[in-house]
Design a protein around this ligand. Structure first.
Ligand SMILES: Nc1ncnc2c1ncn2[C@@H]1O[C@H](COP(=O)(O)OP(=O)(O)OP(=O)(O)O)[C@@H](O)[C@H]1O
Ligand SMILES: [Mg+2]
Length: 379
């Protein structure tokens, strides 16, 4: 019993001394490679065993020959332990190197989708996080680039579409001021043109203001319960004059009389007005513009169908972009600012709805989907 206590004391003392030395050494080497630190950790354990065994053997008067044999076994086992530690440390070090390399590439703007299996679960998790971060960074970068492009386009648009009419207004007012035009008819024509241009500029500024409120998320919607039928009939009544002047047939078709929407009426009326104005504008005389509206399961739909001959495939994806105008609108003397559909999309999305366009046989169909006020009971 006494022997066992002495042995335990010797082993403990050897382990504590080696352990303290090992920890101190590892602390001093805290910036060294993982491989070296793993080697020191294993060597410390082996040294504790060797010292403990040697001292215990001496205390127990084991023969010199037995002690040598014991030490040889210990050295062999320790060498294997150290070799495995070196090998494992090397693996961790090379995995860490791959992570450092991936992080550098990500910082340099590269998209790193695959860092590879990295020998330990923790490093694999870290690699996965880095890959996700890299992909997220890439989409944030492309979003930022798209916003920057849109901003630049808008600035170009503002400088062109607001400056051109302003130059016209200035030229006409100078001509009136200097008395360059003085016959009554021309003077009246100039005054009329000045008013028309001023109205148009006011409309553009109003659209820009609305758009900036939408983009800033500052659109104030005063929601109320509105029968879908009222929204459609008011819009048809409002557009009847323009359609008649252009000799375009305007028709409405409802598949559900009782559907009700929870909407901000002025904003949603503006959406339908924009769609109708566009449809009438792009439909040749004698053509037809049709509004189809109704309810389907949990949503209401409102489609404006025209006879414009179809929107070119290259344009159809872009019609909801700010300041986008189709080739025909840009090259003709269309006075539109290309803001109507961007505003409409913003308003519809603020109502948790959706707006889309596709071509049909004779023209195109713009469809607005909106949540119904109450779940609609289908008969
Ligand atoms: N019903 C339609 N048929 C054919 N093309 C259309 C139709 N509606 C829109 N477009 C195309 O989409 C473009 C963008 O429409 P949007 O209403 O945003 O601008 P706009 O009508 O040119 O100007 P604004 O509405 O600001 O006065 C138009 O210039 C046109 O090329
Ligand atoms: Mg428009």
């Amino acid at each position: 019993m006494k022997d066992i206590v002495i042995l335990a004391g010797i082993a403990m003392a050897a382990a504590v001394v080696s352990g303290v030395l090992g920890v101190a050494l590892l602390h001093a080497m805290r910036n060294a490679s993982a491989s070296l630190q793993a080697t020191v950790a294993v060597a410390t354990g082996t040294a504790a065993v060797a010292v403990g065994t040697g001292l215990a053997a001496k205390a127990m008067f084991i023969s010199g020959h037995d002690l040598d044999a014991l030490l040889i076994v210990l050295v062999a086992a320790g060498a294997i332990g150290v070799a495995i530690a070196v090998w494992f440390g090397h693996k961790v070090a090379s995995s860490t190197g791959s992570l450092v390399d991936a992080a550098r590439r990500i910082a340099g703007g590269e998209v790193v989708r695959h860092i590879g299996p990295l020998n330990t679960r923790e490093l694999d998790e870290l690699a996965q996080e880095l890959e996700n971060t890299s992909v997220n960074l890439e989409s944030a970068r492309s979003r930022e680039a798209a916003m920057e492009a849109a901003r630049r386009e808008l600035v170009a648009w503002v400088s062109h579409d607001l400056r051109t009419p302003l130059a016209g207004i200035r030229a006409m007012s100078e001509a009136l001021e200097d008395g360059v035009v003085n016959d009554r008819q021309t003077v009246a024509r100039y005054h009329r043109a000045l008013r028309v241009e001023a109205d148009r500029l006011a409309g553009l500024v109003d659209d820009l203001f609305e758009l900036s409120r939408i983009q800033a998320g500052a659109l104030r919607l005063e929601m109320e319960c509105v029968p879908l039928r009222d929204l459609v009939s008011d819009a048809l009544a409002g557009a009847a004059g323009v359609a008649r002047a252009k000799n375009v047939n305007l028709e409405g078709r409802m598949n559900d009389d009782g559907a009700e929407l929870n909407i901000s009426l002025p904003e949603m009326a503006r959406v339908v007005r924009n769609l109708l104005e566009n449809a009438i504008h792009h439909t040749p005389s004698d053509g037809t513009v049709l509004i189809e509206a109704g309810a389907a399961s949990d949503h209401a739909f409102l489609s404006v169908i025209d006879s414009c001959g179809g929107i070119p495939e290259s344009d159809i994806e872009r019609v909801f972009e700010v300041a986008f105008r189709g080739e025909a609108s840009r090259t003709s003397d269309d006075k539109g600012g290309g803001l109507g559909l961007a505003i409409s999309k913003g308003i519809v999305e603020a109502h948790n709805g959706d707006i889309a366009v596709h071509n049909e046989e004779e023209g195109c169909r713009f469809t607005v989907l909106l949540p119904l006020e109450q779940p609609h009971a289908t008969a």
